[in-house]
Design a protein around this ligand. Structure first.
Ligand code: NAP
Length: 442
């Protein structure tokens, strides 16, 4: 019986497990994660007010509770177990660790106090233990979000919604308090190109037009009719985006307490301030003749900057890494026979959660073919899960099981205020205390 270990329990890891169980019904699968909680981005990345997106967890739960599958939390490769040990123990290692590093703007002032990358900012409001102590300072009247993707939109929406609008979300209490007290009256959403090139999608964009205390504003002159520049496959989507923005262009500033300004064709060139952010300098990029930039400079008096300009992966110990793209070096998901990558670690930070389904199917095909080549499908000479168990026991590591996670889950649901799906534990110690009286074995 083939044994497979999947490193990372986010959507790409779970979709890979699901596809593997279909392709190789007799295989044994261990899904390991460095956190005590499964589901990766579904828990730590998906916006707290997008609960319907999180229902995919039910599918993952079905996979996790299959007899041939185990979840082992608090097991980190490079700490409790090494990559080489996994390769020795299992017929296949699938790395599904995602992208966890904020891309950098590479401009002066990026290191100033008051500048936050979206991976950390989103992780902070979603209660990811790594980001719990970010404590972003949102103490001024104006804030800028740089980037025109759906993550930028998520950040804006979470900042703009009122506590009532968030009442059915699982926005963490520590973040809800900071956001509710923020004296914001202007949010600037900065795109270095135009609305047709923006990567946010119509549904997410239109949500910004339905907010209780926030008015979206855009200068109609920046919404040029350059739909011809769009990929022909995307023309309909781009038309919808322009239609929504044209509606926003009719809004008047000051109608509501919070003004959301869409600034297109504006490239950030410096963040200014002595020891913390005082302003963001932008340069116009609107193309007059198809090649030259306008070059006009403006300064926005903002005191907080959130960069939402995409992510990269963190190098995985032992796997060759493409520094430029921020992903593992791989060919169609194969690093070498026996080692595979899926999800953002394979292809970079693009697509939605279901995009991982096809990645999972593809990797299952690859693994089946490689195992067939060495004739492991029916039988295996590798020790599999027993070897991992022995290594962990030897090191005094007691992994979090799926049953443990269910206790954490139940405790989070139980402590939530009425109407809210859960109040997350945001520190590992709290999670461990919720599932047992175990000691921390980090
Ligand atoms: P994204 O869609 O790639 O957007 C990144 C944005 O940052 C782009 O507008 C890009 O502009 C801009 N950017 C990059 N470098 C920049 C720079 N140096 N200066 C200024 N702007 C810069 O990435 P994302 O928003 O992080 O989203 C990641 C993935 O998650 C996407 O596939 C997204 O759809 C998905 N997601 C989906 C949802 C949802 O479905 N609701 C929610 C969140 C995330 P250029 O185009 O000019 O490079």
């Amino acid at each position: 019986m083939a044994s497979i270990v999947i490193v990372g329990s986010g959507p790409s890891g779970f979709y890979a497990a699901d596809a593997l169980l279909r392709k190789l019904p007799a295989c044994r699968i261990d899904i390991i994660d460095r956190l005590p909680t499964p589901y990766g981005l579904v828990r730590g990345g998906v916006a707290p007010d997008h609960q319907s997106t999180k229902t995919v967890q039910r599918l993952f739960e079905r996979t996790a509770t299959r007899e041939s599958v185990r979840f082992l939390g608090m097991v980190e490769v490079g700490r409790q177990v090494s990559y080489d040990e996994l390769k020795t123990a299992y017929d296949a290692v699938v790395v599904a660790t995602g992208c966890t590093v904020d891309r950098k703007l590479g401009i002066p002032g990026e290191e100033l106090r008051g500048v936050y990358g979206s991976w950390f900012f989103v992780g902070w409001y979603n209660g990811h233990p790594d980001c719990r102590d970010l404590n972003p300072e949102i103490s001024g009247h104006a804030l800028a979000v740089i980037g025109n993707g759906n993550v930028a939109i998520d950040c804006v929406r979470v900042l703009a919604k009122t506590p009532t609008e968030m009442a059915k979300s699982d926005l963490c209490r520590h973040a809800a308090e900071v956001i509710a007290q923020a004296p914001l009256s202007h949010i600037y959403l900065i795109g270095r190109r135009g609305p047709v090139q923006a990567s946010f999608t119509p549904l997410e964009l239109s949500e910004l037009g339905q907010l209780e205390r926030c008015t979206p504003l855009v200068d109609g002159a920046t919404l040029e009719r350059d739909i011809a520049a769009a990929d022909p496959q995307e023309v309909k989507v781009k038309e919808r985006v322009l239609e929504i923005l044209r509606r926003f262009a009719e809004n008047k500033p000051g109608d509501k307490p919070l003004n959301l300004h869409f600034l297109f064709w504006s490239k950030p060139v410096a963040i200014l301030g002595r020891d913390r952010v005082e302003a963001l300098r932008l340069e116009g990029t609107r193309r007059a003749d198809g090649a030259k930039t306008a070059g006009e400079r403006t300064e926005l008096p903002v005191s907080t900057v959130i960069t939402a300009i995409g992510y990269g992966g963190a190098p995985f110990p032992g796997i060759p890494f493409d520094e430029q793209r921020g992903i593992a070096r791989n060919i169609e998901g194969r690093v070498e026979p026996g080692v595979y990558v899926v999800g953002w670690m394979k292809r970079g930070p693009s697509g939605t959660i279901p995009t991982n389904r096809s990645d999972g199917v593809a990797v299952a095909e690859l693994i089946a073919a490689d195992l067939e080549a060495v004739r492991v499908q029916g039988s295996s000479s590798k020790p599999g899960p027993a070897a991992l168990d022995a290594l962990l026991a030897e090191r005094g590591v007691k992994p979090i099981t799926f049953a443990d996670w269910r206790r954490i889950d139940a405790a989070e649901v139980k402590r939530a205020a009425a109407g809210r799906p859960r109040e997350k534990f945001t520190r590992i110690e709290e999670m461990l205390a919720a599932c047992s009286d175990r000691e921390i074995t980090r």
